[in-house]
Design a protein around this ligand. Structure first.
Ligand SMILES: C[S@@+](CC[C@H](N)C(=O)[O-])C[C@H]1O[C@@H](n2cnc3c(N)ncnc32)[C@H](O)[C@@H]1O
Ligand code: SF4
Length: 381
């Protein structure tokens, strides 16, 4: 296959497991960095994993977006990230303008480390702030406080990052609409290019699921949504996905846009997912997943492969594309799924009848009511 692709690299360790988190992340005793021997072994294994993927899927594409996510990638030293990126580039070419993002936690970051990441080729930093309120951070089981969060953002700017995303969560236990707005307002001094503003969800297999905290009621959540959106818009952000806001279109997360538009990507690292499609007329779309447990992955980074049935493809596409404010075009649907636009005919008819879907020019998009009923909309497929 020859189109540009994305590459996801998973780092499966964190200083401590957060009670709301269902990502493949495991507590490690190291607070500021991984054990150097473990770090080296893991990076070597990531490269073996990539070699195998390139061979299995006969890939001759270039990487247009790299996302080093976790877990907590900022537990990896700057030297480790440099070794990793050099190893990746030795195996698969990157486009000249490739977006290279690294996820960092305020608790395990400082300016020198950030400078090292930049020198290693990282050009976009995503900081897991969640909240600036010490009280909320404590309830979320975070290892950093509000001041650490601000220090980390300032350090990222000092290290020269000019494309920064801040992850914030709202709908937190005991959080009033005013508290949620306070969190957004704290970002103003730093003017991040991108904000991901997630509503806290209680996921199975998390500590919050076993012992649920009291969350704000529906009315409060709707108010938070309204005032937050208004504040972000006043600051010049435009919402382009359910939880994603960018100052300019060129600051949209290209890596995530590729997921949302059903593009292909390789996923390396413990538990990482990938999606590869053949380039035959009838696409054969394969989902890949690597061994989840870090120790097992270190022993053998094997992958499980699952070929999607034709019948599964529309829902797989729509689950992501309907999250986009601009929606998608028939050409995007047909080129990534290999299916004719008419496959969606009944779905479009029913969705537009309920005013959950609308056409804007060439694009089919979810309406504002549709966003509220997104789960029900997907059930129409
Ligand atoms: C994969 S996490 C990793 C980020 C980083 N380790 C951190 O926590 O700072 C990416 C983001 O997902 C969001 N997130 C994780 N669990 C969530 C949940 N249960 N509900 C809403 N957002 C969540 C958080 O904002 C988090 O920063
Ligand atoms: S630091 Fe991030 S990845 Fe790690 S447990 Fe917390 S939310 Fe999950």
């Amino acid at each position: 296959m020859t189109n540009d692709i994305s590459l996801y690299v998973h780092i499966p360790w964190c200083e401590k497991k957060c009670p709301y988190c269902d990502f493949n992340s495991h507590a490690t005793s190291a607070s500021k960095g991984l054990d150097p021997i473990l770090e080296r072994q893991y990076i070597q294994q990531l490269l073996v994993d990539l070699d195998r993927d390139l061979e299995t899927h006969a890939i001759d594409s270039k990487v247009d977006t790299l996302f080093i996510g976790g877990g907590t990638p900022s537990l990896v030293s700057a030297g480790g990230i440099a070794e990793l990126i050099a190893g990746l580039k030795a195996r698969i070419p990157f486009t000249e303008t490739a977006e290279c993002t690294l996820e960092a936690n305020p608790g395990s970051s400082d300016r020198d480390k950030f400078s090292g990441y930049r020198q290693a080729g990282v050009n976009r930093l995503s900081l897991g702030i969640q909240s600036f309120s010490d009280h909320s951070l404590l309830q979320l089981g975070r290892v950093h406080n509000g001041r650490d969060a601000k220090t980390a953002i300032a350090a990222a700017r000092e290290a020269g990052f000019d494309n920064i995303n801040l992850d914030l969560m709202h709908g937190l236990p005991g959080q009033s609409p005013k508290d949620a707005l306070f969190d957004l307002e704290q970002t103003e001094d730093f003017a991040p290019e991108h904000v991901s503003w997630y509503q806290l969800t209680i996921e199975p297999n998390t500590a919050f699921y076993s012992a649920p905290p009291v969350l704000p009621d529906e009315e409060s959540l709707i108010e938070v949504d309204e005032i937050g959106l208004e504040w972000l818009q006043d600051q010049g952000y435009r919402r382009y996905e359910v939880s994603a806001y960018a100052k300019e279109p060129n600051y949209r997360a290209r890596h995530n846009l590729n997921y949302w538009l059903f593009g292909d990507y390789l996923g390396i690292g413990a538990g990482a997912h990938g999606k590869i499609s053949g380039h035959q007329q009838h696409k054969m779309i394969t989902r890949t997943q690597k061994t989840r447990v870090p120790q097992h992955y270190l022993a053998d980074p094997s992958a499980s492969l699952r070929r999607l049935d034709r019948a599964e493809i529309p829902i797989e596409f729509l689950m992501n594309a309907l999250r986009l404010v601009e929606g998608f075009t028939p050409a995007q649907f047909e080129s990534t799924t290999g299916l004719p636009w008419s496959t969606l005919q009944d779905f479009i008819e029913e969705g537009t009848k309920r005013e959950w879907l609308a056409f804007g020019g060439e694009h089919l998009r979810t309406t504002s009511t549709g966003f509220i009923f997104l789960d029900s909309l997907l059930l129409l497929i």
